[in-house]
Each structure stands twice: as C-alpha cells, then as structure tokens.
Design a binder for this molecule. Structure first.
Ligand code: LMR
Length: 341
C-alpha cells in the first residue's frame, strides 16, 4: 500500500499563520473568514428541483449557526431570481465527472448550464460581479459563461485552478521536506485538465528556485507534473466521486487571493480570459495564468516570469486543448456551428 506523507511539521508560529484552514465552504463565507469581520453577507443558494430539499437543509444549518455577519439566506431554482444583484457568483453546480471520464466529456452536458447562467448573470447580477466557475470543464464553461454575459467585464470571470495550485504546492513541499507555506510563485498554466502545466521553473521554495532546492529535473518533469495533472482523476478512482472538501477549501483560497493584497513577489493561479496577455498565449480563451491582486477583487497578470523550451512546449499543448474545446462549444458561445475533434 502507498504511504500518505505529511509535509514537515510547522513551528507553532507557522501553525498560527495557517489558521485560515479552520473554516470550510459555505460556512466559511458565512463566518466572515473570507470577506472580513466587517462585511455583512447575504447568501443566495441556487439549486435544482432535484436538490432543493437538500439545499433547504443547508440553509437551515446556516441559520442555526447564528453567524453575526450572515444577514440573509435565500434559496431558489431560478437563476434570474437567485442572481439578482449578486457581487460574487460561485458556479459550482454541474454534472461531476465519474470514474474513467475525462473532463472534456462533460462539455456537452454542462455547457448548456453555463450558457444559461451567463445569460442570467448578464440580466440581473451586479455589473461588477466576480464569477468563479468550478463545474467542469471549468475553463471552457467560464468562456461559455462570459460570452453569454457581455454586460459584465470578461476579466471578472475565473475558472478555478487554485485546487491544482494547492496540489502542486503540496507535492513540492513533500519532496523538499518543508511546510506548504514555504512554496511560493506556483503557477498552474492552461486548462484544469491533464494537460495543465504545473510550473516548476518559476516556483520557489523558501525564496529559492524550486529546481535548485529539489535538484531532480527528471522528477520535476515527469513525476511531479503527472501527479498534479492526474490528481483529480486518481482521487475519483479512490473515492468513487470527485474531490469535494479540497475543492471547497480552494474556492475560499481563490476568493481570498482576490480580496487580499498578494504578498510581495508572490502570485496565485487562476483561469482568466486571455485577451491582452503578455505571454503569447492565444487570445479569446480562458487559460490559467499567474496573477496578483491589490485586494480589491481585481487582478493583474504577473510579468516577472521566465520560460524555457519545456515550459513553452507544454503551454502550447494545453492551449491546443482549450482551442479544441472552444471549437466544440461554438454553438454555446454564439460563434457558429460546433466542431468537435
Ligand atoms: C478535480 O480536479 O478534482 C475536479 O476537477 C474533479 C475532476 O473532474 O477532476
């Protein structure tokens, strides 16, 4: 049997700094741990006819938790009602991937959901709403969503690749024998799929290039890359279902990265619209890239990144996959007939 390793034990000061791990999912949003202790919050939960009872249960638990900042919990199944005036939209609901399925296999099934939700956001959400798409294939779903929401800046749409970033940090920390928070500048480039590129060239451990600290290029190019790329699929095989807890944590991390200033020199990964990117990545797709925020919900792309042939080659491969997915959903983005390779 394989062993489950834990990274080096942190000192007590480090443990205190990692206090953010204490809360979880929607309860974390309600508690004030994400948007801060002075920010009242109203939670609007969108379900379906099939899930509405379960959602009522979640709403009851939220109410019974007596969170001082939680001013309203409402639930519904009509996105045109539920999305009214929302400032953050976390689009999680979609058919999940089962054992043996690739995320791209969900393109057809889930694309419709995100076209409809894009239209609803366009009609009724706050004009500066920030949208985080989690349902897979999340990059292309985010593209479908933003194309159906022309009133909202395309820059405001994100595909969640923070889970991949967290996975990559964990693997580097394990290999280097350090605690997770010693790993910085961890970029996930491209698609949230098995072509994603966990960038060990720019990653740093204790402020030094990860390549120098780990000093095992074969492991970085082969094992590390593949472990991160396939982590979601392996987890599905083991659990029989898609990751849930670590996804919830990573959604919270993604919001926090946009609502807090990025620590000096560091960056975070998020899948964003490529128009105007400085890296030569094809325009008009949603591609994960390194970003920094001033903490106002907005972000800028990091420009202090380096490339080598290996990285460039991998960036092209994940770009090609996203371009193919885009062609396959042209009917949902208003760009003609779909063509699936
Ligand atoms: C994950 O990466 O764990 C999720 O996106 C689930 C999936 O479909 O792989």
């Amino acid at each position: 049997p394989s062993e489950v390793q834990a990274p080096a034990v942190p000192s007590s000061a480090e443990a205190v700094n990692n206090k953010k791990r204490e809360c979880f999912g929607v309860f974390c949003l309600a508690s004030g741990e994400v948007f801060g202790p002075d920010q009242p919050i109203s939670l609007k939960l969108l379900g379906s006819e099939r899930s509405i009872q379960a959602l009522e249960g979640v709403a009851m638990e939220l109410e019974d938790s007596l969170y001082p900042l939680l001013r309203q919990v409402s639930i519904g199944i009509d996105p045109y009602e539920v999305f009214q005036d929302v400032e953050w939209a976390l689009l999680i609901g979609a058919r999940p991937r089962g054992p043996g399925m690739e995320r791209a296999g969900l393109l057809d099934i889930n694309g419709q959901i995100f076209a409809e939700q894009g239209k609803a956001l366009n009609a009724v959400a706050s004009s500066n709403v920030k949208v985080i798409v989690v349902g897979n294939p999340c990059n292309t779903n985010a593209l479908i969503c933003l194309k159906n929401a022309p009133r909202i800046p395309a820059k405001n749409f994100h595909a969640l690749t923070r889970l991949d970033e967290n996975r990559a940090k964990c693997q580097l920390a394990l290999k280097a024998g350090v605690f997770y928070d010693k790993v910085s500048n961890m970029t996930i480039w491209g698609n949230h799929s098995t072509t994603q590129v966990p960038d060990f060239l720019n990653a740093r451990i204790n402020g030094k290039p990860a390549k120098e600290v780990i000093n095992d290029t074969k492991w970085l190019k082969e094992d590390f890359t593949e472990i991160v790329q396939k982590r979601g699929g392996v987890l599905i095989q083991k659990w029989g279902r898609s990751s849930a807890a670590s996804t919830a944590v990573s959604i919270v991390d993604a919001i926090r990265s946009l609502t807090n200033p990025t620590p000096d020199g560091d960056w975070f990964s998020t899948g964003v619209y490529t128009n105007g990117n400085p890296y030569g990545i094809a325009e008009d797709i949603v591609y994960s890239m390194p970003c920094r925020s001033k903490g106002d919900g907005d972000y800028e792309l990091a420009t202090d990144v380096i490339f080598d042939d290996f990285l460039r080659d991998r960036l092209k491969k994940t770009e090609a996959e996203l371009l193919a997915e885009k062609r396959c959903v042209a009917h949902l983005t208003g760009e003609g007939n779909a063509f699936c390779d």
